[in-house]
Design a protein around this ligand. Structure first.
Ligand code: G1P
Ligand code: ZN
Length: 545
């Protein structure tokens, strides 16, 4: 029997509202667990029968095993063609690009993003639809419901594993399996958006130094091909560029805490002109200049303000979208350029409708996510190339570009404090109690700050009218300052409370202050209002951005 229908135990532990599974590796080793998810998704996407499916992952432990299972299930479910990245590799933005370019009906991406990997680490799987973006809620919720009742799944048996090491085309039970170069389509897309001539003269000039840290994760091969082979950067400029199953034991999240080596270098005497890093699956980015850090909210604003310098956006952009906790810096650019700006809930899926409808060209999140309408995911290397292209045209340093931006638009001082590994019940209660007391806070004054409004953010999608409520507690002050509280939806251990604090400063003589200093009063107020110390016993955040 080449194709078997096997019994599956119904599973129902996907967190509602999430677009895939992200769990400890052990959970995925439970018999039929992965299979149940894959079959439930396939059942929701009938176009896959006779269609094309893309498969790839960030190279973490269990990637290859999971891919072999999905290939055999695709064959048994009547998929006509599978495109799989060589060695099982596809970054999240590259998978999005491949789905779009080849007109695939969808793709499975194996990744737990920036979460640690290895036998003791996390694994994950998500499904992207034919526009290249994360599956919308109606699909993921449908698959979730299906996973609770499904009795069996289909899988091709008695087949040898597909050789993923070589670029080739084989057939498996009548399904065509193409092992593709994971970088080629993506690099070609980047070449169509950015001025590679200008980039080459910048990156190959001896006067310009660069450090790109791939954090032992998926973007290593992409960075080597694009930055070194095509753009002439020194080989030594790209570090930690071989994807490892456990990311070298690190936490592949490009922020000041987890990409500490890079951050230390950029603030040292030996700092190169430009530093950047990307996360486990390549969708996040961090950008630094010599002795200067670009916060992701500012990064979106600077790219928006300079978009017409980039060939792919020379005709102008349609609008800008940012997630609610992201600072309002991009709104100020949009306003000045007479463009629409949108404020969405946290999570990339909310940008998809706006991009598909042509309402925005650029979007970004404070959590090191920036991208455009070229794919339907955030895209780490894209953002880094956008910055390099802007540097190449303006012939200024990162610090000069930031200073000039703030003098034109004012500075949105911003910080995010994460409290990780909190007790889940305590954190839930903290949020519930704070929400209850919000109405009474309106109109109250705390030092220089008077609260103008306070609510739990709700979003009505301007394209399909769908409503997403309870997306984070907001306290808005008279002078435009804000405090936002959210519980993370992506952590796997306990609860993570995120507190976001923002204040606008128009005066250029005040643009050079450490955000932690200028925001100190608001940070203290944020902690007090939610009784952080009394409830959690914590004195300091785990991660400060
Ligand atoms: C975090 C980020 C959010 C991002 C998500 C996926 O989610 O805050 O902006 O979209 O990871 O990368 P959170 O853990 O806050 O729910
Ligand atoms: Zn990621």
């Amino acid at each position: 029997m080449p194709i078997e229908t096997r019994l599956t135990i119904p599973f129902s532990d996907q967190r509602p509202g999430t677009s895939g599974l992200r769990k400890r590796v052990d959970a995925f080793k439970v018999p039929n667990y992965l299979e149940n998810f894959v079959q439930s998704v396939i059942d929701m996407v009938p176009e896959l029968q006779g269609g094309t499916l893309v498969i790839g992952g960030d190279g973490r432990y269990y990637n290859l095993e999971a891919i072999q299972t999905i290939i055999r299930m695709a064959a048994a479910n009547g998929v006509a063609r599978v495109l799989v990245g060589q060695d099982g590799i596809l970054s999240t933005p590259a998978a999005s690009a491949v789905i779009r370019k080849h007109g695939a009906q969808g793709g499975f991406i194996l990744s737990a993003s920036h979460n640690p990997g290895g036998p003791e680490g996390d694994f994950g799987i998500k499904f992207n639809i034919s526009n290249g973006g994360p599956a919308p809620e109606r699909l993921t919720e449908g698959a979730f419901e299906r996973s609770k009742v499904i009795q069996s799944y289909r899988i091709a048996t008695e087949t040898a594993p597909v050789d993923l090491n070589t670029l080739c085309e084989t057939s498996l039970e009548g399904m065509c399996v193409q092992v593709i170069d994971p970088v080629a389509d993506y690099a070609e897309l980047m070449e169509s958006l950015f001025d590679f001539e200008a980039l080459r003269s910048l990156l190959s000039s001896p006067g310009f130094t660069l450090r790109y840290d791939a954090m032992h994760a998926v973007t290593g091969p992409y960075a080597r091909e694009i930055l070194v082979n095509r753009l002439g950067a020194a080989e030594s400029a790209v570090v930690n560029s071989i994807p490892l199953q456990d990311f070298g034991g690190g936490h592949p999240d490009p922020n000041l805490t987890y990409a500490k080596d890079l951050a230390d270098l950029m603030f040292s005497d030996a700092a190169p002109d430009f530093g950047a890093a990307s996360d486990g699956d390549g969708d996040r980015n961090m950008v630094l200049g010599r002795h200067c850090f670009v916060n992701p909210s500012d990064s979106l604003a600077v790219i928006a303000a300079n978009a017409t310098l980039l060939p792919g956006y020379a005709a102008g952009i349609a609008g800008v979208a940012r997630s609610m906790p992201t600072s309002g810096a991009a709104d100020r650019v949009a306003e000045k350029l007479g463009l629409p700006s949108y404020e969405t809930p946290t999570g990339w899926k909310f940008f998809g409708n706006l991009l598909d409808a042509g309402k925005v060209t650029l979007c970004g999140e404070e959590s090191f996510g920036t991208s455009s309408n070229h794919v339907r995911e955030k895209d780490g290397l894209w953002a880094i190339l956008a910055w390099l292209n802007i540097l190449a045209v303006r012939k200024e340093s990162v610090a000069e570009i930031l200073a000039d931006h703030w003098s034109l638009y004012g500075r949105n001082y911003y910080t995010r404090h994460d409290y990780e590994g909190l007790d889940g019940v305590m954190a839930g209660q903290l949020m519930a109690d704070l929400e209850t007391k919000l109405p009474a806070l309106i109109g109250q004054r705390f030092g220089a700050y008077r609260i103008e409004s306070a609510d739990n953010f709700s979003y009505t999608d301007p394209v399909d009218g769908s409503i997403s409520s309870r997306q984070g507690l907001r306290i808005l002050f008279e002078d435009g300052s804000r405090i936002v509280y959210r519980l993370s939806g992506t952590g796997t251990v306990g609860a993570t409370l995120r507190i976001y604090v923002e204040r606008y400063e128009a005066d250029p003589s005040q643009h050079d202050i450490d955000p932690q200093v200028t925001l100190a009063e608001l940070i203290a107020l944020a902690n007090n209002l939610c009784e952080l110390h009394q409830r959690s016993g914590r004195d300091a955040p785990t991660v400060v951005t």
